[in-house]
Design a protein around this ligand. Structure first.
Ligand SMILES: *Cc1c(COP(=O)(O)O)cnc(C)c1O
Length: 436
């Protein structure tokens, strides 16, 4: 593949100027604005397999994968055919359809920790609903979350640790009343003592602990399984529900997500991204007993005009069905390990201070040599390296999400040859990062 050292953004730049007149920052989700990397956003017009093409007709090997959903790559034939078939019958009815049952059954039959679920339309909506369920079922109001975990743009989740002994949250966004933020307690990951202390003092007010079991929205902060087990045991002990936010990890590190990977049963799970096969779908799931709290069976209200949308259900079904093929996850994990291993070996041979934490088909470029498991270990200054890497990769036909805090995703559409090519481009880009 030829590289794009004379990288062009003529059409993208013109489109961005137009988009800025229409949308705040020219985008419909902030990280797309390229604020932490060089240049204007690249407008994409097409994707196929592991490749995307921009409006200036340049081709890239894509590791963003729409931020996680595209574990089968772009324009997957089976997903496309299922979507076409569904669209031909009409796109929305606001009444139950067979397709909801097909996707629901596929998930429940293949996930040991789920008895019932409810489909929604995004990961944020799944988390918002799961928190309401936890509060409704326990009659308690406070929530524990962890620094470095992202749970969508739910009011009570856009918080950081405040000051004080028990760190009631401070909001990280304008427009969130202080009183909402204070319902959230923010703790550092992997700090078992602080967790125990908080549960002892506040457990009677705490509805749930929510965690990304594989935190992948602020670097890849891989936890010791023993910390996740500790969360499970302490939640039982203090009569608090445990929510695994598996919007990224669900169907990514295995069909049963992180819960299955670690063999830990949370009380409530949330899904998004992969579950919709590239269409807007989210879900929250739990035991039949807990889910009986949800309307119309129970008092916790939650609804959605487009929930269980037939086109989205068809896409999700076609996607998840393929993930159940024997060996799917093993092959993908092995490919990913070989890919990052090759870049790591090269970086080590050159003495570059960069590591590639990875699990399943998720990887992160960490400009550090120590193992990073908590948000505060990430040196913000290291992001200047990512900025250069990002540009040099674009010039070499490799697309990564435009922030050094984001992870990369390998899909089943990345062939060994694609990954070998991408690894060579990574190595060349790292030479520039560390030698200029
Ligand atoms: C992406 C993500 C969300 C939010 O999902 P949206 O579909 O963007 O609303 C929530 N939690 C986690 C762990 C995520 O990765």
């Amino acid at each position: 593949m030829e590289t794009l050292l004379d990288h062009k953004r003529t059409v993208s730049t013109a489109l961005f100027a137009e988009a800025k007149k229409l949308f705040p920052g020219g985008v419909n989700s902030p990280v797309r604005a390229f604020k932490s990397v060089f240049g204007t956003p690249i407008f994409i017009k097409k994707g196929d397999g592991c490749h995307i093409w921009d409006e200036d007709d340049q081709q890239y090997i894509d590791f963003c994968g729409s931020w996680g959903p595209l574990i089968l790559g772009h324009n997957n034939a089976q997903i496309r055919e299922h979507i076409y078939a569904a669209v031909a019958e009409g796109t929305s009815f606001g009444a139950p359809t067979r397709l909801e049952i097909e996707l629901g059954r596929l998930i429940i039959d293949n996930h040991r920790y789920i008895e019932k679920l409810r489909f929604v339309s995004s990961g944020t909506e799944a988390v918002m609903s799961a928190l309401r369920l936890a509060r409704g079922a326990t009659g308690k109001t406070k929530v524990i979350k962890f620094e470095g975990c992202y749970h969508g743009h739910v009011d009570s989740m856009l918080v950081k640790a405040g000051s004080g002994l028990i760190t009631f949250g401070e909001s990280t966004s304008a427009g969130i009343p202080e009183a909402f933020a204070q319902e959230t307690i923010v703790l550092p990951l992997n700090d078992r003592e602080k967790l125990e202390e908080t549960l002892q003092q506040e457990g009677h007010n705490i509805a749930c602990i929510i965690v990304e079991p594989i935190p992948a929205n602020n670097g890849l902060l891989l936890q010791d399984p023993s910390f996740l087990e500790c969360l499970r045991l302490k939640a039982y002990k203090h009569n608090v529900l445990l929510i695994f936010d598996e919007v990224i990890s669900g169907f990514r590190v295995g069909f049963e997500g992180a819960a299955g990977y670690y063999g830990i049963k949370p009380d409530i799970l949330t899904f998004g991204k992969i579950i919709g096969g590239g269409m807007p779908v989210g879900a929250y799931a739990a035991s039949a007993e807990l889910m009986s709290n949800i309307a119309p069976d129970g008092p916790v209200y939650q609804a959605g005009t487009l929930s269980g949308n037939p086109v989205a259900m068809a896409a999700g079904y076609a996607a998840l069905k393929q993930l159940l093929e024997p060996g799917f996850y093993e092959t993908l994990a092995a490919k990913t390990a070989a890919f990052v291993g090759s870049i790591q070996d090269y970086a080590d041979s050159k003495g570059y201070p960069v590591t590639f934490p990875h699990i399943g088909s998720i990887f992160w470029v960490a400009f550090a040599t120590e193992r990073i498991i908590a948000a505060e270990q990430i040196d913000p200054a290291s992001m200047s390296h990512f900025k250069v890497l990002h540009l040099e990769l674009l010039k070499r036909g490799v697309y990564m999400g435009p922030s050094g805090y984001e992870v990369g995703f390998v899909s089943s559409a990345h062939t060994d040859a694609d990954l070998a090519e991408a690894a060579e481009q990574f190595k060349a880009a790292l030479d520039i990062v560390f030698n200029s």
